[in-house]
Design a protein around this ligand. Sequence first.
Ligand SMILES: Cc1ncc(COP(=O)(O)O)c(C=O)c1O
Length: 418
Amino acid sequence: MASAGSNPSLKMSADTTEDARPAPWQRAATGANLLSPEGNLGVTIFEEMTTLALSTGAINLGQGFPDEDGPAEIKAAARSAIASGANQYAPGKGVPALREAIASHQQRFYGLTPDPDTEVLVTTGATEAIAATLLAFIQPGDEVLTFEPFYDSYGAIIGMAGGKHVTAPLLAPDFLPDLEALESSFSSRTKIVLLNNPHNPTGAVFPEPVLARIVELAAKYGAIIVSDEVYEHLTFSVPHIPITSLPGAGERTITISSAGKTFSFTGWKIGWLTGPEHLVAAVRTVKQFLTYSSGTPFQSAIAVGLGLPDEFYTGIAATLGHKRDILAEGLRAAGFGVYNPSGTYFINVDTAPLGILDSVDLARRLPGLVGVAAIPVPVFCHPEGAERTRSLLRFAFCKKTDVLEEAAERLATLKDRL
Ligand SMILES: Cc1ncc(COP(=O)(O)O)c(C=O)c1O
């Protein structure tokens, strides 16, 4: 990321909101060119809030990274891979052991059988998988349909690829799309429908009828389905259904996942995608000119992680579900309206019951008011969606239990400080 430099729109103070120019994160979220005419690159809202949390000593429930490392045996596997000399370029499509482990994982959890040689591609995090996929298939003017709110990199990459970003709203309280209205978001120019399930930032987990309707419409309009499933193992008492497992989906779907979320190694940036050979080959062509390959010893270590017993996977979901409950209770006590998530490590609240209608403004004030940082949901939206989600705020609960308890206590004082 570039530094803020002298661009006045990058200032962190309250007067940022009075600047007539869109903030850099707003440009990124709408997929506009990130390089401004002055040559400044933008900072994201995540960076802005993390900086604010650091400067105020606030508990950072903004950016979604765990504050504890993942399993010791995976770390040991990385150390041993480094010690044994796995330190040069990995093959472009990923080390064979990891590709095989990904294929076995798909078989074990979903009964899917991707060929590790031709239908699996290891990437530098899910972020590169998303970028390489969109750059592989989008021509200028093609439409990409995402649900809104949407993960911020989608808008940015669609913009870089010259695509047109179309959105379909996810509606409170369940944050699912209106299946009757969904077809109106498709057109003959829809090249990709890009979904994120389980969904960041809302925590929604799409049930089968929603997924079936997406497949039906993608087939009708000849669109490729790209499914970002990085939170596939983080669901609470509801099953995760990969859209590719539905009838008619397999031949047109690329599924993306990441070790960062499942194993709490977000800094390793090991991601992957699976899909039919003709789609994966196109993405591989682009990927070789992005990073070519990365993280050789970490790839070997994640192969070990994917082989962990079922108890590991049920354990992470149960632990996280408990953390969700701690934070949800604190947020309710603070007076927010709480939307309980079915998946991911994010929880959304409505600030309106506290008499606050602008969550962007509250997010900027919250660290100073009570020492907790969060992310406003409108930053995951285009202007119309931002209006619809104006009073929503997202908190991450992938933190130690005592940190969440402390955050809940601090938030409980909010009413008295407003
Ligand atoms: C929905 C979604 N997709 C992709 C990513 C990025 O994953 P990675 O860190 O593996 O690049 C994230 C990270 O927050 C995410 O929330």
